[in-house]
Ligand binder design. Structure first.
Ligand code: SAH
Length: 350
């Protein structure tokens, strides 16, 4: 039994990697399976009953220490969680209940460095990336909170739409996608997973080559580069044309329909001209537009379009043959969405 110098967070590992880890510390394969089950049950090490004190002390440093620090439950069933990691950093995760199942929205970074003007997650920049196991941990903890287990999973869908830019944390996110869809683990179908990005073109092209079955969601939010530059700094790096080119490559590689997110901001991107420009950009592309009512961020001066304006914008797109829906807002009574919960938590307001 050698001394291990490098710390390994066990939730970061595949089952095979966990077996190799166990072998390294002199434990047989069946112990790896027990440890794997323990991790995937969402239990802390002290709650695990089928491992001896000796084994626990061997893996203690490496066993996941993330936990739910706070839960808010909305009248519509939405649950918002503050998840705390071993270094004390926190992120938020959201559970939404739909007729077809439970969707969880996970964070991929603590903070974000993309700087979108309407988003609360990016107000203080990027603190750090989450590891694959820390992204997975959000799913495991919430599954357990819902009374689920590895065999009776309570989560059907995942959206990578919490704080952070998933493609800015590429390797950890790809590993997370592999871990969470592994058939001996949670076995969540990749078809039920959506990855949302503000449009890192080089990474979208890489993603197309990963041969994953996930849905790519693009945060477009503007009908032309000029408006996009005024709300999204990433638009200074990539043009809309380049983003949509990468989408087309993704569609070619996966034959999957791409989702386009478009947050309606009053007087910025909700005019008739904007609708026509957007329709022209998307015409003929295998995509669906989600119109999102803006969640007001108190630190920002932007205002969302009204429900009526959103309906009108939707009608304009439909007239041009674009497939479009207005996203339902959920859990509004338990703090605004999009990074605001974490800010409230850190500000001592929860
Ligand atoms: N960084 C990724 C994923 C995180 S946010 C991305 O940009 O796609 C998930 C979605 O919520 C994105 O479409 C984002 O633009 C949007 N969003 C952020 N702040 C918002 C707000 N205040 N109101 C409505 N949507 C918001």
């Amino acid at each position: 039994m050698g001394t291990r110098l490098v710390m390994t967070m066990l939730a970061d590992l595949t089952l095979d990697e966990l077996k190799a880890y166990c072998q390294n510390i002199g434990l047989p394969n069946f112990r790896a399976s027990q440890i794997y089950d323990a991790i995937y049950s969402g239990k802390s090490l002290s709650e695990v009953t089928n491992l001896s004190k000796e084994i626990k002390s061997l893996i203690e440093n490496d066993y996941p220490k993330y936990k739910i620090a706070k839960t808010l439950i909305s009248t519509d069933g939405t649950r918002k969680y503050i998840i705390e990691f071993s270094d004390g950093q926190v992120c938020e995760s959201v559970l939404m209940k739909y007729k077809y199942g439970n969707t969880i929205c996970v964070s991929t970074q603590i903070g974000c460095r993309m700087g979108c003007k309407f988003c609360a997650s990016t107000l203080k920049g990027l603190l750090r990336n989450l590891s694959a196991g820390e992204i997975l941990g959000q799913v495991l903890l919430i599954n357990r909170d819902l009374g689920g287990s590895i065999k009776a999973r309570q989560i059907t869908n995942i959206v990578l739409m919490g704080s952070g830019e998933p493609l800015d944390n590429y390797d950890n996110v790809i590993k997370f996608l592999q871990l969470v869809s592994y058939e001996k683990g949670l076995d969540i179908s990749q078809r039920n997973i959506s990855l949302s990005t503000c449009g890192l073109v080089d990474k979208i092209l890489m993603l197309a080559n990963e041969k994953l079955n996930i849905t790519l969601t693009i945060s477009l939010h503007a009908p032309n580069d000029e408006i996009r530059k005024s709300t999204m700094p990433i638009a200074n790096r990539y043009t809309i044309e380049e983003v949509l080119y990468a989408c087309k490559k993704y569609i070619e590689a996966t034959t999957r329909r791409v989702a386009i997110e478009y947050t309606l901001i009053k007087g910025v991107n909700d005019s008739r001209v904007a609708a026509n420009q957007l329709a022209k950009l998307l015409k003929g592309m295998l995509c669906h537009v989600n119109l999102i009512p803006l969640n007001q961020v108190k630190e920002r001066s932007l205002t969302g379009s009204s429900r009526g304006e959103a309906e009108t914008f939707k009608k304009w797109l439909e007239e041009e043959g674009i497939s479009v829906t207005i996203r339902r807002t959920m859990g509004q009574d338990i703090s605004g969405a999009c990074g605001q919960l974490r800010n409230d938590y850190l500000g001592g307001k929860l």
